[in-house]
Ligand binder design. Structure first.
Ligand code: ADP
Length: 319
């Protein structure tokens, strides 16, 4: 079962929230979509789920247009950022609700799915009596029990604290053992996107700017906009010979033999590493060095050629 979309356009009072988005997620694969707030991520998921009708474009399962189908008939389940569990029912009743009527062995499936998502202990409680992480896992369990053909996750970890995020993220990666269909996972956190996605798509301003294997997108972004968006810190960009050259902070070398001289204007340590911001004739360049490296105020920077990416000055596309 594959999920695909072609040429999706959504306009809100003249503003294009989606500006021709196409994607294809094969069975068994997770597409992680990352973009800043307002990029159109939720809008895209709502269109895929059938909750919002696009001005143009279509959505298909295994090549069959699902446009005419109501959300509940599409078999595309969506887990929302704010879980939408029924607060007046127990977790078990919430999960039972997801199963279609007349299903045999329902109790067994509920227990089994709850076990897989580590929420068995919550089955007889009400959603209010669960932690944020437990509620998210129950929401995922509920989506799975609805027997979806495809699963959409909208920032499922957005409201969780860092420790919980780690465990629910493991859960999401582990989902793969329970669910064989395509998954679309949306987040504004690039590290999360890279760790859950088999494929990564960068959504900026309603357009997919780049898509592909996560490491490729990180190493060789298709455009300057992606280079500036993706990463703990954006790529350093300088203009030379009519093109933009970009390099990641972790690839800039700080040593005595470097070609570009500069003066350290800021230092920031993250524990294992330090980011050193250097004023140079080309502008400010940030280098990441081990926290233990002693960096003097006057430095020379080296940009190893293999890590330098070039972008067209006018279009911003990779050269
Ligand atoms: P994201 O999920 O990436 O933060 P959204 O899909 O929520 O982005 O929003 C994309 C753009 O569309 C934003 O500019 C947002 O303000 C706008 N938008 C979203 N929903 C509506 C709506 N119902 N009415 C008007 N504008 C909307």
């Amino acid at each position: 079962m594959s999920l695909s979309a072609r040429g999706l356009v959504v306009e809100f009072s003249g503003h294009r929230a989606l500006d021709g988005v196409s994607l294809e997620v094969p069975s068994g694969k997770t597409l992680a979509i990352v973009g800043p707030s307002g990029a159109g991520k939720s809008t895209l998921l709502r269109v895929l789920a059938g909750l919002l009708r696009p001005a143009s474009g279509d959505v298909a399962l295994d090549g069959i247009d699902v446009g005419p189908l109501l959300p509940q008939r599409r078999r595309i389940a969506m887990v929302f950022q704010d879980d939408a569990l029924f607060t007046n029912m127990t977790v078990r009743a919430n999960l039972r609700f997801a199963l279609r009527n007349g299903r045999t062995g329902a109790a067994g499936r509920i227990d089994e799915t709850a076990r897989a998502l580590h929420v068995v202990q919550t089955l007889d409680r009400r959603p209010r009596q669960l932690s944020g992480g437990e509620r998210q896992r129950v929401s995922i369990a509920r989506a799975l029990l609805s027997d979806p053909a495809a699963l959409l996750l909208d920032e499922p970890l957005a409201h969780l604290d860092p420790e919980l995020r780690r465990s629910v993220r493991d859960e999401v990666v582990g989902l793969r053992q329970r669910f064989a269909g395509p998954i679309v996972y949306v987040t504004h956190d690039h590290a999360e996107a890279m760790s859950v996605g088999d494929e990564l798509a960068i959504l900026l301003d309603g357009r997919i700017e780049d898509a592909g294997e996560p490491q490729r997108v990180y190493d060789s972004p298709a455009s300057l906009a992606v280079a500036r968006f993706l990463g703990d810190r954006p790529m350093n960009v300088v203009e030379r010979n009519g093109a933009y050259l970009a390099i990641r902070p972790e690839h800039v070398r700080v040593n005595a033999s470097g070609e570009v001289r500069g003066h350290v204007v800021r230092r920031e340590t993250t524990g294992a590493d330090a980011y050193v911001c250097v004023a140079t004739p080309d502008g400010e360049i940030t280098a990441r060095v081990p926290a233990s490296q002693n960096v003097p105020d006057e430095v020379a920077l080296e940009f190893p050629e293999t890590f330098v990416r070039r972008f067209d000055r006018r279009s911003g596309r990779a050269l």
